[in-house]
Design a protein around this ligand. Structure first.
Ligand code: GLN
Length: 540
């Protein structure tokens, strides 16, 4: 029988509710319990696939090709589990299903309503994950903030489930903010009180409160106050503080006694928590011997969340290499205005061009790739980064003037990157890219083979364009090694330039499968080479 922990957020977004959810999962796992996590997103999009990552954060791709909210990425990275499309419930999916059923006559004679039809569908989907996974505890995080109109049906569904499940089999954890105003310097508990009042007005009483406090852990006095006004035990008020690396948060909450309290409240057998391996992993992040400076070169990304998985993959690879990755974002358009500015890349130990869409900034990225290739600066290209490497090499090594991807220039004389054949004529934008985990055959004797240590791997994809087969031969003659292929030999998956210290690009997104204890091979190879590059520079 699965038990349920609901996680809601109060006061405002961006409090690290997802990180608290991950930490709860980790505390349970460290006691030998199995967990899975569901994210409920109240927006009307069916999935995150069509949303702008510069506004909503990264689109995280699952094995099954589902384009998920980025919190699912955090769940996978912390908990070491693989999720499916069932783990992300959006209002869009729920309404789409209900309206389809209504048109088919599934509700004949009845008026279809938010309660019970929408809430029933939400509960059905949550319980489906419990029954499919059979985990001991299922975590259900609701997106948004308590008080949002669109989030209400989800919270109502949680309320109903708490009544329907056996008493003691569900738990509600509320994550709030305790701000400290500079002028007074005193932590303020009022916003927390208000958000709990809001929750209680819709019939939800939290069992545990996790307060995000940037100024350091809450004092006894504030915990007592929150307990009294929010109707929870004082020992059920926890502090979520800023930690680096983020993988320390479960340890911080564990030290406050949260793991044992979760078990006690849920009536789980009290077991000792085993943290030694996790601690060792965290230590690797905390004791770097070197720093590698990595330039991420792309379209301006004001939102740090836009490339979380890439950033994390770099950090995982760095920790595994005994160093720390200092990641700087470089706006590619700078090199378009003044091509000589590309010289700033020589200040970095390695350059990464991440995935992307559309024309803006592409010429700047191509310039950056050319600089790395000709100056032998370690380079990793991801997806669009691979495609633009092929454009760069075609223009400058093969002398194919005007070579481009048809994504940017449909009339290019040399469409070295072209739409996948199965993409031609598609009209729907949602969920129609080449998506998810697909097998990739690795060519023996290549860098990719050395890094993966295998001739068959699986990585996650999200693209519509590919290397045009008409140019394969020319590219190979110019020294490009296609070290990864789709098993049918129809798709290029990895390219490398063995002449360089490290020049590799992948059509897939290896960052999605990177874990803090097991870095993604291409990222690991890239960071290692960047470190080598740095040490070589120092000798000079
Ligand atoms: N825009 C390119 C494509 O669709 C690359 C996509 C990406 O980088 N994820 O193929």
């Amino acid at each position: 029988m699965t038990k349920y922990i609901f996680i809601t957020g109060g006061v405002m977004s961006g409090l690290g509710k997802g990180m608290v959810t991950c930490s709860i999962g980790k505390m349970l796992q460290s006691r030998g319990f199995t967990v899975s996590a569901v994210k409920c997103d109240p927006y009307l999009n069916v999935d995150a696939g069509t949303m702008n990552p510069y506004i909503h954060g990264e689109v995280f791709v699952l094995d099954d090709g589902y384009e998920a909210d980025m919190d699912l990425g955090a769940y996978e990275r912390f908990l070491g589990i693989e999720l499916t499309r069932l783990n992300n419930i959006t209002s869009g999916q729920v309404y789409q299903d209900i309206i389809r059923r209504e048109r088919q006559g599934g509700y004949l004679g009845r008026c279809v309503q938010i309660i019970p039809h929408v809430t029933d569908e939400i509960k059905r989907r949550i319980r489906l994950v419990a029954s499919k996974t059979g985990v001991d505890v299922l975590l259900i995080e609701s997106g948004g903030t308590v008080g949002d109109i669109e989030g209400l049906p989800f919270l109502e569904a949680f309320r109903q489930m708490r009544l329907e499940e056996r008493r003691g089999d569900t738990l509600l954890v509320h994550v709030t903010l305790v701000p400290v105003l500079d002028a007074v310097g005193e932590p303020k508990t009022k916003p927390t009180q208000h958000s709990v009042k809001e929750l209680r007005s819709i019939g939800l009483q939290p069992d545990i409160i996790v307060a995000r406090c940037e100024a350091g852990p809450l004092q006894r006095e504030q915990r007592e106050k929150i307990a009294l006004y929010c109707n929870v035990e004082e020992r059920a008020v926890f502090s979520s503080i800023n930690v680096n690396p983020i993988y320390k948060l479960p340890l911080v909450l564990e030290e406050q006694g949260m793991g044992d309290l979760l078990c006690e409240y849920l009536g789980l057998i009290r077991r000792n928590a085993e943290w030694s391996e996790w601690r060792r992993m965290v230590e690797r992040f905390e004791t770097p011997k070197e720093t590698v400076r990595i330039a991420m070169c792309g379209k301006y990304a004001g939102l740090a969340d836009c490339y979380v998985s890439v950033n994390e993959a770099l950090r995982h690879a760095a920790a595994a290499s005994g160093c720390r990755a200092e990641i700087s974002w470089i706006e590619a358009e700078l090199f378009e205005e003044d091509p000589s500015r590309v010289e700033i890349l020589s200040d970095y130990d390695g350059v990464l061009v991440p995935g992307g869409f559309g024309e803006r900034g592409t010429e700047g990225k191509i310039r950056a790739i050319e600089y790395c290739r000709t100056r032998d600066i370690p380079f990793l290209g991801i997806c669009y980064g691979l495609q633009l490497s092929i454009v760069e090499i075609s223009r400058h090594l093969l002398n194919l003037q005007g070579a481009h991807t048809t994504e940017c220039d449909p009339k290019t004389p040399h469409p070295v990157i072209d739409l996948l054949p199965e993409q031609k004529g598609l009209t729907d934008m949602g969920g129609t890219m080449r998506l998810g985990s697909l097998p990739v055959k690795i060519k023996p004797g290549t860098i990719a083979h050395r890094l993966y240590g295998s001739e068959l791997i699986h990585e996650r994809h999200r693209h519509r364009w590919e290397v045009n087969p008409a140019y394969w031969e020319m590219l190979e003659e110019a020294g490009v090694v296609f070290s990864g292929w789709s098993p049918d030999g129809k798709r290029v998956e990895i390219i490398e330039l063995p002449r360089n210290l490290f020049f590799m690009a992948t059509q897939f997104h290896p960052e999605f499968k990177s874990r803090p204890w097991s870095p993604s091979p291409p990222y690991y190879g890239f960071v290692k080479a960047s470190l080598e590059n740095k040490l070589k520079e120092r000798k000079r």
